[in-house]
Design a binder for this molecule. Structure first.
Ligand code: GDP
Ligand code: IMO
Ligand code: MG
Length: 424
């Protein structure tokens, strides 16, 4: 029995796609347990770029069975668009299983996401506009449509009607948008209904049997710990649990099935959307990192905010996730700087602390305390062993291990599949 978790340790876009691809060569199943097509995971194979949103990245590895768990929300049209785009990569419908308990993200969720963000004005979250928040809100208010509901036409219509009785009120009376009909909602995904039905299965049973047979199951998170609905920088978060504990509730397996918990973190830090970011570099340094790291969102095309590595946030992320090891990505992007600052503590109202402040207002007000590490000038993109790295790069990695108390097992030195230094 082997369960491996691959989780974002920061604000998303850490390189989970590449990390999953790297670990997928020895797995049988890959499971998406949270989020929807707000995610954008990149895998680069033979110079071809694949952008995965609703599908877990592991689906690109031959023979791997992909699973979407109950904790995810599914935009059916987006799902089949993505599946069809992967045809040339050898991916077909038979490679995907969907939990009967996964929630369906519909037309009204997308309209509500956009209307709500618009009405918030300058206080908006900066969501991806994919309908994620409203879909999870319906799930929690018990108005959601589950994948199993797609199996009965009459049942599906009744459920959508109940959800619309409430959501049309929001659309029309609160946001001044047109109301929707049940038929409109069904028409959007009707062309795919017969295709999705055979994929709907009992995922907890499937995974329990797989683990009992000694298969390896990789759980690939969407987003990162700092976007977690409970432990992230609320309200500037996504609407699901992105951390290791989310695997139990998002896939339906006991938490003790997870043997390895891999945190994926960039050697610096980025964020898309609004919210506090203590080490943000809204200046030439941030611009340089953005350009060198090609920091543009895979899902929305927005530029990512860039800043220095933050060990306070990293320790917090490790505390709630319990990482067994870390994959540190994009170390190559830091090549060329004379000195590289790492935030080791926060100063707030004259006091220095190594922990997260209690409130978001305080996180917004903290002043980072930096330790300066020496940079390196050598090209590291061809490095494949830890010994190949220049001394200063090795020291940078060791320093991060020391301040986070997590071992680095692999280091990303470029976007391609082979651009990786396996440390241990
Ligand atoms: P994810 O959402 O966590 O899967 O990450 P994204 O795909 O949204 O963003 C990570 C970006 O960094 C992608 O463009 C990757 O191709 C790229 N990437 C991943 N690892 C590395 C690395 O080690 N070096 C460089 N230069 N790029 C990387
Ligand atoms: P991956 O899986 C980075 C951010 C949005 C916004 C907030 C809420 O590629 O790491 P939502 O649409 O989820 O309601 O938006 O969360 N966000 C992400 N940021 N990477 C992601 O996914 C994200 N998914 C959502 O920018 O700030
Ligand atoms: Mg991403």
């Amino acid at each position: 029995m082997a369960g491996i978790a691959v989780l974002g340790a920061q604000w998303g876009d850490e390189g989970k796609g590449k990390a999953t691809d790297y670990l997928s060569r020895q797995i049988d199943y890959v499971v998406k347990f949270n989020g929807g097509n707000n995610a954008g995971h990149t895998v680069v194979i033979d110079e071809k770029h694949f952008a995965l949103h609703l599908l877990p990245s592991g689906i690109l590895t031959d023979e791997v069975q992909a699973v979407i768990g109950n904790g995810a929300v599914i935009d059916i049209v987006a799902l089949f668009d993505e599946l069809d785009q992967l045809k040339d990569a050898g991916v077909d419908d038979s490679r995907l299983v969907i939990s009967s308990k996964a929630h369906i993200l519909t037309l009204y969720h997308k309209a509500l996401d956009k209307a709500k963000e618009h009405s918030l004005g300058s206080k908006k979250i900066g969501t991806t506009g994919k309908g994620i928040g409203p879909a999870y809100a319906d799930k929690i208010s018990r108005l959601g449509i589950q994948a199993a509901d797609l199996l009965s036409d009459a049942g599906l219509r009744a459920k959508i009607q109940t959800a619309l009785d409430y959501n049309n009120f929001l659309l029309t009376d609160l946001y001044g948008k047109p109301a929707m009909t049940v038929q409109q909602v069904i028409d959007e995904f009707a062309p795919y209904l017969e295709r999705i039905k055979p994929m709907i299965k009992d995922v907890p049973l499937l995974l329990t049997n797989a683990l009992a047979e000694g298969k390896t199951v990789l759980f690939e998170a969407s987003q990162g710990a700092l976007l977690d609905i409970d432990f992230g920088t609320y309200p500037f978060v996504t609407s699901s649990n992105t951390i290791s504990a989310g695997i139990g509730t998002g896939a339906g397996i006991p938490v003790r099935s997870i043997d390895r918990v891999v945190g994926v973190a960039k050697a610096y830090l980025t964020r898309v959307g609004n919210g506090p970011f203590p080490t943000e570099q809204d200046n030439d340094i941030g611009e340089l990192i953005r350009t060198r790291g090609a920091e543009v969102g895979v899902t929305t095309g927005r530029t990512r905010r860039c800043g220095h590595y933050d060990a306070v946030l990293a320790r917090y992320s490790n505390m709630i996730n319990g990482f067994t090891d870390m994959i540190l990505t994009k170390l190559d992007v830091l090549t060329g700087f004379d000195k590289i600052p790492v935030c080791v503590a926060y100063k707030l109202r004259g006091k220095v602390s190594e922990n997260m402040p209690l409130s978001l207002l305080d996180l917004d007000a903290v002043e980072p305390v930096y330790e300066m590490l020496p940079g390196w000038k050598e090209d590291i993109t061809k490095a494949r062993h830890f010994a190949d790295l220049p001394m200063a790069a090795k020291k940078y990695v060791s320093f991060i291990e020391q301040v986070t108390n997590v071992k680095v097992s692999a280091i990303g030195v470029g976007p391609a599949r082979e651009d990786i230094v396996v440390k241990e």
